[in-house]
Design a protein around this ligand. Structure first.
Ligand SMILES: C[S@@+](CC[C@H](N)C(=O)[O-])C[C@H]1O[C@@H](n2cnc3c(N)ncnc32)[C@H](O)[C@@H]1O
Length: 235
């Protein structure tokens, strides 16, 4: 099934812009958000999560540096880039794809990349009260078909955990509507100002960013300072 991520490798410069049967933010987004908020406490932990998250628990339990998350890091190129930009932090790249992570280059000492579902990591970090300094979502799968709204991060039940982590949040995407919906969802969840700005970096921070730039695609960025989490703890 296509998720809107073009099939060719990230190095290619012939990536097609996202096409969608949706011309504006999804009309059902507000209803979806309200439903997730009403049911936020009902989500059980999936059975597979404990084993997948054990290495992270080990690592974070003994590391006192500020935490930077790179969710959906792909080949972890951005994880290395973030480690250089946050030298005093521990940068954790998370991706569900073993195939993509297997192509990661060696990371600096203040970074690691792990295979896990990002939504499980967000929930763990939230429940443990680990302070997050910064969180990056670089080019998540757009899921541009209207009927796939619920697969976009901002319409996922895990958005409740994501917005509760605190720190600065940055989303980059090549689909303007995704950025607009994400900004709306941020405003809805935590009343923080979040606007969509065009993004034209001189150097790519990730494999997909490089591919989209090489293809001449328009890119968009949403940033926000999230409210501090309710419960703060030291690791
Ligand atoms: C379009 S790629 C972008 C990769 C990278 N951020 C970049 O910019 O090059 C989206 C990535 O999100 C990952 N992904 C999708 N859903 C995920 C989930 N629930 N948990 C963790 N990773 C996920 C995919 O495996 C894929 O590597």
């Amino acid at each position: 099934m296509s998720d809107g991520t073009p099939a060719q490798g990230p190095a290619a410069g012939n990536s097609r812009a996202v096409t969608s049967d949706q011309a504006a933010p999804h009309p059902r987004l507000g209803r979806v958000l309200a439903r997730h908020r009403a049911r936020a406490s009902e989500r059980p932990w999936p059975a597979h999560a404990a084993a997948a998250l054990a290495p992270l628990l080990d690592r974070l339990g003994s590391d006192t540096r500020p935490l930077v998350l790179d969710s959906g890091c792909g080949t972890a190129e951005s994880t290395a880039w973030l480690a250089a930009h946050h030298p005093d932090a521990l940068v954790v790249g998370i991706d569900q794809s073993a195939h993509r992570l297997a192509r990661a280059a060696a990371l600096p000492a203040n970074a690691l990349a792990m295979r896990a579902r990002a939504e499980d990591v967000w929930r763990l970090v939230r429940e443990r009260g680990w302070p997050v300094a910064a969180h990056y979502l670089l080019y998540p799968n757009p899921w541009p078909k209207q009927r796939h709204l619920m697969r976009r991060w901002h319409a996922h039940p895990a958005m409740a955990d994501l917005v509760a982590l605190g720190g600065t949040l940055e989303l980059r995407t090549n689909w303007r509507i995704y950025a607009e919906e994400f900004a709306r969802a941020l405003a809805w969840w935590c009343a923080v100002p979040a606007s969509v700005v065009p993004w034209a970096p001189s150097r790519a921070a990730s494999a997909f960013e490089r591919k989209y730039l090489a293809s001449g695609q328009s890119l968009y960025r949403v940033t926000a300072a999230l409210p501090p989490p309710r419960r703060r703890a030291t690791r």
